[in-house]
Design a protein around this ligand. Structure first.
Ligand SMILES: [Mg+2]
Length: 109
């Protein structure tokens, strides 16, 4: 399954669960992606290991890997909704990054 197929699948699940019934602005989409990054940080602040997955109420998977997965899921959900060719975009950016200079000419991170 390529990224576009995964995006379509994720978006179908979100639509079927009612998450796109109300219009979402792009700002809300970005805020929701960011909220998952914050959840990953909270897992770290609570002392969980990077690769630790644990199970909460109703066997809900929790942990840094799950929150990172949520970031990807949120991004792909939007890509599926907006019909973005994320598969091509990711590969195009990877190839561009390959051509960039060491630390992109002096960046620290
Ligand atoms: Mg989450």
């Amino acid at each position: 399954m390529n990224l576009n197929e995964l995006a379509k699948s994720i978006n179908d699940i979100a639509i079927n669960h009612g998450f796109w019934e109300d219009d979402r602005g792009f700002g809300e989409v970005i805020a929701l992606i960011h909220s998952e990054a914050s959840e990953a940080l909270e897992e770290y602040r609570h002392g969980h290991e990077f690769d630790e997955v644990y199970y909460g109420v109703n066997s809900k998977p929790e942990g840094i890997p799950i929150e990172l997965a949520d970031i990807i899921i949120r991004v792909l959900d939007f890509c599926g909704m907006a019909k973005i060719d994320i598969h091509t975009a990711v590969h195009e950016k990877i190839e561009y990054n390959r051509t960039r200079p060491y630390k992109h000419g002096g960046m620290k991170a």
